[in-house]
Write a protein that binds this ligand. Sequence first.
Ligand code: ADP
Ligand code: NI
Length: 214
Amino acid sequence: MNKERILEEAVTFVKSELGADSSGHDFWHAYRVSELAGRIARAESADEFVCRLTGLIHDVADEKLNDSEESGLMKVRSWLERQQVEFGIIETMMEIIQTMSFKGGGQPPVRTMEGKIVQDADRLDAIGAIGIARTFAYSGKAGQLIYDPNLKPREEINKESYRKGKSTAVNHFYEKLLKLKDMMNTPSAQALAEERHQFMLTYLERFYQEWELK
Ligand code: ADP
Ligand code: NI
């Protein structure tokens, strides 16, 4: 198993699968998650290869980009088999990809250290300056408003309403982004999340100031 070659092949695979997506899952999201997961893996003495590779391909199976969750997962598994990734690693990676997504919360916890790390990296990319950018990009694509003072954030969200319900970009901060800081699995990610979280609070403060002409 040639790890460097597999990582290079993964870049090509992910570019062709996600390259043109504009809902926040483009290639560069995968790249950032992979780099961040690699860095956290070194700090936490986890398997850097598994973290980087899973970071790259974690969204290829996303149900929003495939006919079904199953067909997306099959696509990822068969790609890993073609790259002759070790069987045990394929199993670990498939488990991580299936359990790590937010989907409104309430998912079973991720079991492996590498899973916890990739989940942290994915969550870190959803907050801070980049997270703000992705939220407005996604919102526009989904036809949501930037903000509507009459539409309050939803308190209770399940998988269905998270995907289907009507919301705004600013409400998404309360429905998801501001909750992520306290959901980090590793100390390294917690430290990074703290700064990104503070930046979002500052951003919201400014947003309301301008909205209210203060
Ligand atoms: P991932 O699978 O990478 O965890 P999602 O598929 O949940 O992320 O969402 C992709 C990006 O779009 C994220 O940055 C997320 O915060 C944002 N997003 C998801 N749902 C909404 C929404 N209802 N309104 C605004 N932004 C959203
Ligand atoms: Ni992601």
